[in-house]
Design a protein around this ligand. Sequence first.
Ligand code: TYM
Length: 334
Amino acid sequence: MLDGKKSLFSGMQATGTLHLGNYLGALKNWVTLEDEYQCFYSVVDMHSMTIRQNPAELRRKARALLTLYIAAGLNPEKNCIYYQSHVPAHAELSWVLSCFTYMGELNRMTQYKDKAAKHADNINAGLFTYPVLMAADILLFQSDVVPVGSDQKQHLEIARDIAERFNGIYGDVFTIPEPYIGKAGARIMSLQDPTKKMSKSDENPNASIYLMDDPDTIIRKFKRAITDSDNEIRYSEDKPGISNLIDIYTAVTGKTIEETEKEFASAGYGDFKIAVGEAVANMLKPIQDRYQELTQDKAYIDKVIKENAEKAGYYANKTLRKVHKKIGFPERIR
Ligand code: TYM
């Protein structure tokens, strides 16, 4: 809650290229929340440091992601869109919260275990304390909800635990956040291995639909999607490939699973794959067009970056000051 209105925070990493899972699991829901909530959406460049980055590339990708937020429909007048690194309060609160987080809690995080296994040569402390920074992101803005895909659920649980622990000692400082996970599209799987989630770090480009893929590429990738060998379009645990395509189709069109099964009752996999591909391509086309337009308007994007960082900083510092006072840091002399 901020200024009497419910609030929320969410963010995405600027590493890799945004894919359909990021869009359907998160971004697509974000654009529906601006009236009900005071919204903060960050390009979480500080989180990206847990893996080695090429500096020029990181800067370019961060700007592309921020532009894409707007292209996807987030109005920067109503949604605070900013770079995490422009608001130092994230790092400051993260330090305080790390003193209220146990090693054992962080050790249980599945994302940490996965990433540590994947980057065995660089298991840095930041990778381990990543969920604390995430908790700081969320709690700085007194978030009531956090709209994310289901893979972030465990991180939200630890954010809640940290907030409750802190409140238990110091009184009601933080709002306890709830996850906001959409009904459809919360976990989009790889097109090449439907038992794995679609991921930015997947090396096989056919496994993911990228938001900037052109229609031919999108349809070709769907045609190649791995499915089982029978030809029935039915949602079922033992048919992960087709179930994933049904999930995508329902998330894009707003139809239910039953409606989708009925619509394609007499179709084969080939036709269904093309229909899913077309629906996705049609959904992405206006976003891609708007993105191209926005990249031409440097002054506008710069203005958003500056003004929204100031706005985010204002609210973040308000919470941070409250925390500093509660824990006993000396008051500043003005
Ligand atoms: P990131 O950048 O990995 O993903 C951004 C958002 O996309 C969702 N997502 C998916 N949804 C459905 N299917 C998929 N295959 C899929 N893959 C990703 C994620 O759930 C997420 O909502 N740690 C976060 C970023 C972050 C954050 C935060 C999020 C930092 N601080 C505070 C919420 C609140 C991350 O790496 O997301």
